[in-house]
Design a protein around this ligand. Structure first.
Ligand code: GLY
Length: 563
């Protein structure tokens, strides 16, 4: 049995310090901005995004600059050694989604993490070189920029180079985290210098010279600067020295893929989100459809009936996810069936108001627990109204913990997002089967849910979050908080969340998220309630009649900036 330890990391209670920083222009009294907005997990990355917007870049230029900046200033999730997904909506309503998810190396095999008796070997898919999939982020940024960027490529990469070369001041939270990971960094990087020192202090300036050189190669050579030449050599040597599988051929062959976004409606709003190989978009649309007939607004925010109906929807959707979702290039995902309104409504017909459904009574319909908060999401809208939602990750905090010697960046441990063995839970407790089994060159299933919502054909919201399997429920609840519970963007983000993912059969909720009476009522019906720390770290933007309103999650160091 794989241990579930890392799951509980997502529920650590962290101090709340988010902020909304204004640029000089266009701010009105209600804290809304007319010319654009950037919301990211790190103050320096938000600043970079805003500067790009102010110098005439569009939302995609700013997104590319933010992605590279996060790879420098937010190394536990920002990355060039990982992957992610982008959902885009132009000012004219053109929509697109880009898959730059990592993929299994060509030498990967179905049972590569199992022992001779066919049982998962603890930690093998989680730590070290063998846990890494072929990175997709650089290819994704090149693709996005070539298609939609306006500024020169060098202009959008340069801010990250400056941050790496001149350094940046780490936050108090980062000092704590970096100090806490020293044992693992030393274990997986023998004799290597990156980020290895006895302790870190808040405000300390961190310089990353090798990473600056890597970013310069990317600036000067585009995708070849990463997937070929010295950086590819560094990755390949790292693999040889640590027993990993990624080859130079794997790197050269990696491609980001434009996919058709999935979309659906909820109470008159149009929701545009990420298709497979993320499960997030389909699951989000199913959840919204399942709860649409119920009077959530009348019942009220986090009241027993609203929580019950949302939990029962979550239970059923995660059961479907475990059976049906995987890389569509390798497995026929029954997308059309899963997205049929009638199907979602039929899944709720056995809801019993008098007692909790048992997960053992719920199977995937007829016809895995939390992703770490070490994924990261950012939302951007430019002055013309073009919008970008990007969620990107190394998977666990600092990924595989392996730094590429010479190149100065961390590799992901995304291979753990495959179903290592049918029915065996991954680090988030998520289970899967054939659809998400390991195969060479296949993309592992994700929960990432970058999403854009329209109202009456116009941009309404840009939203997404880290948080493993809780990504889907956090995005779901943030949208419902705005549409049904009339919350502002910031209070929808701040609002306490809860989560059910079919297995284990329990409702996780944030400390203080459910009042005593609600808890008693749910417990009397048989719900197992487990209080924990944070769920999600949502960064979102809402368009109002005044301008753009930011929601930067107080669960992290996240910052919304606008002008
Ligand atoms: N690494 C977690 C996810 O992609 O969902």
């Amino acid at each position: 049995m794989i241990k579930l330890k890392p799951y509980f990391l997502y529920f650590l209670v962290l101090p709340a310090i988010s902020s909304c920083v204004s640029g000089q222009l266009g701010k009105n009294n209600s804290g809304e901005f007319r010319n654009g907005m950037v919301v990211t997990a790190h103050p320096e990355a938000s600043k970079v995004g805003l500067e790009i917007l102010k110098k005439g870049g569009n939302a995609v230029d700013a997104a590319v600059a933010v992605q590279f900046a996060l790879a420098v200033v937010y190394p536990n999730a920002g990355n060039i050694g990982g992957g992610g997904f982008m959902v885009y909506r132009s000012k004219d309503g053109e929509i697109a989604s880009l898959d730059f998810r990592e993929k299994a190396p060509r030498k990967a095999s179905r049972d590569m993490y199992l022992d001779a008796s066919g049982n998962p070997i603890e930690d093998k898919s989680l730590y070290g070189h063998l846990a890494a999939g072929v990175p997709g982020s650089v290819a994704g940024m090149v693709e996005a920029h070539q298609k939609y960027g306006k500024l020169k490529w060098a202009e959008v990469v340069q801010p990250a180079i400056n941050l790496a070369r001149n350094g940046f001041a780490i936050t108090e939270r980062q000092a704590r985290e970096l100090t806490g990971y020293q044992k693992e960094f030393s274990k997986y990087n023998p004799g290597k210098q990156y980020f290895i020192k006895s302790s870190y202090a808040a405000g300390e300036n961190v310089v990353q010279e090798d990473l600056a050189k890597t970013l310069e190669l990317i600036r000067d050579n585009g995708r070849a600067g990463f997937y070929e030449g010295p950086v590819a050599e560094f990755i390949a040597s790292e693999m040889v020295s640590g027993g990993g599988l990624i080859s130079k051929e794997d790197l050269k062959n990696y491609r980001a893929i434009w996919r058709t976004p999935v979309s659906g409606t909820y109470k008159g709003y149009k929701v545009i989100t990420m298709p497979p190989p993320s499960s997030g978009g389909i699951a989000l649309l199913q959840l919204l459809k399942m709860v649409e007939p119920y009077p959530l607004k009348r019942w009220g925010f986090n009241q027993d009936s609203s929580v019950q109906v949302m939990v029962e929807a979550e239970r059923r959707v995660y059961a479907d996810r475990a059976s049906y979702l995987g890389d569509p290039d390798f497995y026929t995902v029954p997308q059309a069936q899963l997205l049929k309104t009638e199907y979602s409504l039929s899944r709720m017909r056995d809801l019993n108001w008098n007692r909790a459904t048992l997960s053992s009574e719920v199977k995937a319909g007829e016809f895995g627990y939390a992703e770490s908060d070490q994924t990261t999401h950012f939302s951007i809208v430019d002055r013309d109204g073009n919008a970008v939602a990007i969620t990107t990750t190394l998977n666990g905090s600092y990924g595989s913990k392996v730094f590429v010697k010479g190149a100065g960046f961390l590799l992901n441990n995304e291979m753990d997002d495959f179903s290592v063995k049918p029915g065996a839970p991954n680090m988030y407790g998520l289970v899967g089967g054939e659809a998400n089994a390991i195969a060479p060159n296949k993309r592992m299933l994700s929960c990432m849910t970058p999403t854009i919502v329209e109202k009456d054909g116009n941009l309404f919201m840009v939203v997404g979050t880290p948080g493993g399997s809780t990504i889907i429920t956090s995005v779901f609840q943030t949208i419902v908080n705005v549409i049904d519970f009339d919350k502002s963007m910031q209070s929808a983000v701040n609002a306490k969340k809860f989560h059910h993912q079919w297995l284990p059969d329990e409702v996780r909720y944030e400390k203080g998220g459910l009042d005593s009476l609600v808890k008693v009522k749910l417990q009397q019906k048989g719900y197992k309630l487990v209080e924990g720390g944070n769920i999600g770290r949502v960064d979102a933007i809402l368009k109002t009649k005044w301008g753009y309103q930011g929601g930067a999650d107080p669960r992290g160091d996240d910052v919304a900036v606008g002008w």
